[in-house]
Design a protein around this ligand. Sequence first.
Ligand code: BDR
Ligand code: CA
Length: 326
Amino acid sequence: MSNSAPRKVIYDTDPGVDDAMALYYALAHPGIDIVGITTTFGNVTVEQAATNALYLSALAGRAVPVTRGAARPWVKPGEAPPAHIHGDDGLGNLPQRAPHALVLDPRPSAQFIVDMARAHPGEITLVAVGPLGNLAAALLLEPQLPQWVQEVIVMGGTVLEPGNVSPVAEANVWNDPHAADIVFNAGWQITMVGLDVTHRLILPVSLFARIAAHHQHSATDTLLHAVNFYAGFYSDLYPHVAAIHGCFGHDVLAFIYLTNPELFGLEHGRVRVIADGLAQGQTVLRRKTIPYPQPGWDPQTPATAVCMQLDHTGAADVFTRTMLGD
Ligand code: BDR
Ligand code: CA
């Protein structure tokens, strides 16, 4: 990332352990200015997501505006949050929480996104790492939004890598496939950071222990506790992750794409989301310029940039250096 002014980012999130990891990367990075955190259901209920976003901000000493947004999917019925992955509280079942004085911004997440984009046309980047209901609702509120937003980076979806909730679906897209299809086809500059790359970044718990020992701070202690819980889930599931007692850095890769796009290999094409049926939540990338005749596959819609390759050593280095900085 160049030495230009930090990028103004609204972080749309469902914290969530890897969401917390990503937040602390973003807050630590000099090239990123988090101007708001918009929360959604997903890893936890939206109430818990908002509580966690406020708590993580307070621990880091950063009074970022936090809003509450989508409580359920647009169309399909909601599901119980995955407490076995992120803990009942979304942060690996913290033994206690310190009191703090931060309170929610009263606006719904979608309204906050529209207000900020209107106030800073061409300057706001949306980094979305949960189900996409807030972004879809913002598009409905303000059809001009795609012209005002600088860029959208989504952690979600997968093209070639098997899904993590079904053989074809990634969790964020699965949780609200109707909203995701709207967001991928809204006509803004959008990048998909999906399992094709996030499954290449495995971060060991020992790294978070090193970060916590370096800072001696309640924020990085909390992150270490949460990541240790999260790594237990992934280590039970994947032997190669268990080998280093680690976890995937899903959400933080969306920010690493923002700060270090040179670490990623991209393909471009129209992304559609299968909304119903056995393949619900699948993200399909239409790469070629063959004139497919079926409605819905026309090539006119601006393409999504889809991350397909990652320099995972480079990404882990960037993460480590940023988290060990001031
Ligand atoms: C995504 O799903 C959530 O569990 C994670 O926070 C991440 O955003 C990975 O599929
Ligand atoms: Ca997430």
